[in-house]
Design a protein around this ligand. Structure first.
Ligand code: SF4
Ligand code: SF4
Ligand code: SF4
Length: 281
């Protein structure tokens, strides 16, 4: 039993973290939704990590689909909660502590201090589709157009701000349709860019406004890929296979594209010398 717990401690720790959040929110809000929501997500993530440990090929896709579809279809479409950036602004301006606000604080603002951009690697419903496209390893150099994400970020803020300033009615309906239209637009643009740049994650690198939160917070991430330089033979297979162009051989926080790491573990699995690992675990 002890051995089983030791071998699976990462999954157990992650599940416990989600349960702490689930129970805390349930007690503080008396809403059963939070208990079920975070228990479901925590169970998906823990099972996925367990599957990854046993080197099951589609483990990460399993988590992405389990969490991504739940958020997109159940929370976004059935419950009509705008889970995109516009939804975050909307509920923030209303002063309502609802699913979208909590989701942003947990997954994209405070959470990245612990698990970096794990959201992007395991839960995002846009990343879920982009990762199924053919260019899993980017062909060619990174483009210098990352500034676009700041414009999209400002556009999102201005759009929701204007709805409040001009006292537009039917805000719930507008938010619902902006969620549907926004997602369709993001999917179409994400797929188009993947084929133009031959890079599945081009949308994440250049367009996604959420990275304006994710990048600075994940700079301080507790969980990071670390290299054991005594084992490393400098073959660079890890760098060649990284979907986000990260230089994981540099252990410093200032490593090239360090805030792009989505903790997908591809570099770790590709290393012939077992020289890479996630620190602290
Ligand atoms: S960068 Fe944006 S679109 Fe890409 S996985 Fe992260 S949140 Fe999703
Ligand atoms: S794949 Fe492994 S051995 Fe090769 S450079 Fe990367 S860490 Fe070093
Ligand atoms: S391959 Fe490694 S460095 Fe690159 S995103 Fe995945 S975990 Fe991060």
């Amino acid at each position: 039993m002890k051995k089983l717990i030791k071998e699976n401690r990462i999954s157990i720790i992650i599940w416990c973290i989600f349960e702490i959040v689930a129970i805390s929110l349930f007690i503080s809000t008396s809403k059963l939704f939070y208990l079920l929501n975070f228990t479901y997500i925590g169970t998906c993530v823990s099972l996925g990590i367990l599957m990854m440990k046993h080197k099951l090929k589609y483990a990460r896709n399993f988590v992405q689909i389990g969490v991504g579809l739940y958020m997109l279809v159940f929370l976004g479409i059935i419950c009509r909660e705008n889970m995109q950036l516009e939804g975050f602004w909307y509920y923030l301006f209303l002063g309502v502590f609802e699913a979208a606000t909590i989701h942003y604080f947990v997954a994209k603002i405070v959470g990245p201090l612990i698990f970096g951009r794990g959201w992007c690697g395991y839960a995002c419903w846009t990343g879920m589709i982009l990762d199924l496209l053919p260019y899993k390893v980017p062909k060619g150099e990174r483009k210098k157009i990352g500034w676009i994400k700041y414009i999209v970020f400002l556009f999102s803020l201005t759009f929701v701000g204007a709805l409040f300033i001009f006292k537009v009615g039917n805000l719930e309906t507008i938010m619902f349709y902006s969620f549907i239209i926004g997602n369709l637009f993001y999917y179409a643009l994400g797929i188009l860019l993947a084929f133009i740049f031959k890079d599945n994650r081009a949308f994440c690198k250049y367009i996604c406004p959420i990275t304006v939160f994710l990048k600075p917070m994940s700079y301080f991430s507790y969980i990071r890929v670390r290299c054991d330089h005594l084992k490393c033979i400098n073959c660079k297979k890890c760098i060649r296979n990284c979907p986000m162009n990260v230089d994981m051989l540099d252990d410093s926080r200032k490593r090239k594209n360090g805030t792009e790491c989505i903790l997908c573990a591809k570099c770790i699995n590709e290393c012939p010398k077992n020289a890479l690992r996630l620190n602290k675990f």
